[in-house]
Ligand binder design. Structure first.
Ligand SMILES: [Zn+2]
Length: 410
């Protein structure tokens, strides 16, 4: 029998609570979604606690869960996943940090944590001067991210991520990193030396001289936080015998997928613009990726942005556009595809942040059993035969529907 392919569409922060601006409905309940509803009516539905009931997931831990991993076992902090998101993937055991390019005085007192929101190409030029650094036998890798952000990887023997942040998270003196356990003291020492060295190499850099001459704050120090080691993680393609790719614009999501062994598809700039992103184009990129991969995870960030902005009407508009994306997928639906529409967590507009409320999930493939659910919403999906599941159960359910599951027993 021909095995089917799998597409999981994760609409970031899509779930919500009743909004008083919408007469007590959620944005999904208040917005007509003929295409999502078609998939729900013809497919199977349910609700999903991506990590566990009542747990407020981060987008990183929830995506790990949706990919079938136990985040409690494999999540080692934001550092490694964000580093991977900007293309800096370390070996298991390497320690990664998120960093800010900041402005400091000669006593290393921070006067601007974001160095005037410096961006590329300045940050890329500054990073060049930090290349080839080795401290006490530890190789140092730095890469610029968006705006003032960068990632740092320490690679070598005897490293331990249990160190405190150098970033004081406010203007003022930087903190000296210390090991939270004796085994991490060496890592803290290397980290502190790196921060001092970044200042030495950046303070008189031509980019900074030019910035100062133009009255802008120099980016003369890198300030790390959020240490985490690259996890020993089984690669998704080997685990499931499927080639796999991710279609996403957000660095952290690309990082999670990259660490799990998924290929990251390059997208046109129109697909990576957050709230203004072109979802139809992204759906086309996903359909295209499915020609060469067995499994694709697609992430659309926009509903989460509207939730964080506490803007239910914007979220409704985003949902309307997402439904058009679903329409595009419906129009060209490959016969051999299992598709999942769900979210990584709820981002209720009333809260302006992630909540632990379960999210709707719909799975469709030609020939599945139809259930009683016929509308795609927090309540509409709740009557479906999937019931209430955890995020890590999504992949096994899809594998079964795709005729890829191994038989358990005789
Ligand atoms: Zn999210």
């Amino acid at each position: 029998m021909k095995k089917k392919k799998i597409l999981i569409v994760v609409m970031d922060g899509l779930g919500d609570r009743g909004c008083k601006e919408l007469g007590g409905l959620t944005p999904l309940q208040a917005t007509p979604t003929p295409n999502f509803d078609w998939f729900t009516k013809n497919g199977i539905a349910g609700t999903c606690d991506t990590v566990a009931p009542g747990v407020r997931p981060g987008s990183d831990t929830s995506h790990l869960s949706i990919l079938g991993y136990d985040p409690l076992k494999v999540y080692t902090g934001r550092g490694p996943f964000e580093a991977a998101g900007i293309g800096l993937v370390g070996k298991p055991g390497d320690v990664a940090f998120r960093c800010n390019f900041s402005t400091c005085d000669s006593n290393l007192v921070i006067t601007d944590r974001r160095a005037g929101r410096i961006d590329k190409p300045d940050t890329a030029n500054l990073v060049e001067s930090l290349k080839g650094m080795t401290i006490d036998g530890v190789d140092v890798l730095v890469k610029e991210g968006t705006e003032h952000r960068a990632a740092l990887i320490l690679s070598g023997n005897g490293l331990d991520p249990r160190v405190t942040d150098v970033d004081a998270h406010e203007e003022g003196p930087i903190h000296t990193s210390i090991g939270k356990v004796p085994e991490a003291e060496f890592t803290a020492k290397v980290l502190n030396k790196f921060v001092r060295e970044s200042y030495e190499r950046l303070k008189d850099h031509p980019v900074n001289k030019k910035r100062v001459a133009e009255g802008r704050p120099p980016a003369n120090i890198l300030v790390p936080r959020g240490a985490g080691d690259f996890p020993h993680i089984s690669r998704f393609p080997e685990l499931h015998g499927m080639s796999a790719a991710c279609v996403a614009g957000v660095g952290m999501i690309k990082g999670i997928c990259g660490v799990c062994g998924l290929d990251v598809v390059d997208l046109p700039a129109e697909c990576t613009g957050g709230a203004g992103s072109d979802f139809v184009l992204k759906a086309e990129a996903a359909l295209d990726a499915l020609k060469s991969y067995d499994f694709v995870l697609m992430n659309c960030k926009a509903p989460d942005v509207a939730g964080h902005d506490r803007d239910p009407r914007l979220k409704c508009k985003v949902i309307e556009r997402l439904d058009k994306m679903a329409g595009r997928l419906r129009e060209d639906f490959p016969e051999d595809l299992v598709i999942v529409f769900t979210a990584d967590h709820s981002t209720p507009c009333s809260l302006g942040d992630h909540s632990g409320d379960p999210v709707p999930i719909t799975i469709y493939t030609p020939g599945n059993v139809m259930d009683d659910a016929d509308t795609f919403s927090e309540s509409g999906c709740a009557h479906g035969r999937i019931g209430r599941i955890r995020g890590h159960e999504i992949v096994p359910i899809c594998l079964d529907l795709a005729d890829r599951a191994e038989k358990f027993g005789a």
